[in-house]
Design a protein around this ligand. Structure first.
Ligand SMILES: [Zn+2]
Length: 116
């Protein structure tokens, strides 16, 4: 009986455009809060709050690397759920190059400031 309750809870968590966009970004590549903040054009505290909700639900995991924290997907089940909701990550083989980390001008995250 609890399964339906859990599924409904999951759908409620996903019924949020910013959280879906965050999940879509981190399924492409691990990102830190500063990068997500730059892409979403939202203040870091707001993004951190959404990340905390997603992490608590097990949808994302955090990984520390030096002084930075990178966020990635919580596992294969989460990836499958996102494929069902957002579509396959590699739906269009011709656009594969656009997937992964996307550099944002002015972003100070380690991936955007790294030497090409
Ligand atoms: Zn960045």
């Amino acid at each position: 009986m609890n399964t339906y309750h859990d599924k409904a809870k999951l759908l409620k968590l996903l019924a949020h455009p910013m959280r879906l966009q965050i999940l879509d970004l981190v399924r492409r590549s691990e990102e830190c809060v500063c990068h997500l903040s730059a892409v979403l054009d939202k203040p870091q505290p707001y993004v951190s709050q959404q990340l905390a909700i997603l992490r608590e639900a097990g949808l994302i995991l955090d990984r520390k690397e030096g002084t930075n924290v990178f966020y990635g997907l919580g596992g294969k089940d989460v990836a499958n759920t996102l494929t069902a909701v957002l579509g396959a990550l590699f739906a269009n083989p011709r656009t594969d190059a656009a997937l992964g980390h996307e550099r944002i001008a002015g972003c100070c995250c380690p991936k955007c400031t790294a030497e090409a």
